[in-house]
Ligand binder design. Sequence first.
Ligand SMILES: [Zn+2]
Length: 78
Amino acid sequence: MSLSSFYDRHSMTSIRNVEKICDIKGCEKPAERSLNIKKVKETSLELKDDSCRQVHMCKDHYRIFKKETKNDIPDYMG
Ligand SMILES: [Zn+2]
């Protein structure tokens, strides 16, 4: 019985509690990325709440986001 395994289990539980959910309308998947809301508003993705600065996105919506923003020219090239 090691103390560290107890803490591992305990921290896993608390991570689950604070897990972010995707901010895209109608989506309840766990978020994997957080993005600037300005960038997200340039895409067709609809947000549940657009009063926040950071948008949390699941893997699927992040893929759509990337697809819709891929034509953006990076700042350093301009
Ligand atoms: Zn999503």
